[in-house]
Design a protein around this ligand. Structure first.
Ligand SMILES: [Zn+2]
Length: 70
């Protein structure tokens, strides 16, 4: 039975629990505030991550100038 690390988003408590993989989806109760804590690996919501900013190419490509004839 593997050991899973949990992080309670309610009070910030970190704790470890031995859980079967089938129990992982149920999560665990925080020992500090008894709040239900789901594990990121349980296939639920992804852990909070800041979205990576879109990087624009800045290497001199992408000119939009159209030569005017006249
Ligand atoms: Zn807690």
């Amino acid at each position: 039975m593997p050991l899973y690390s949990f992080h309670c988003p309610a009070c910030g408590q970190d704790f470890d629990r031995f859980l079967r993989l089938s129990q992982l989806a149920d999560g665990a109760a925080c020992p500090a505030c008894s709040a239900p804590v789901s594990h990121p690996a349980a296939g639920g919501a992804a852990p909070a991550q800041a979205p990576a900013p879109a990087q624009e190419p800045s290497s001199g490509s992408g000119s939009c100038l159209i030569p005017q004839r006249g």
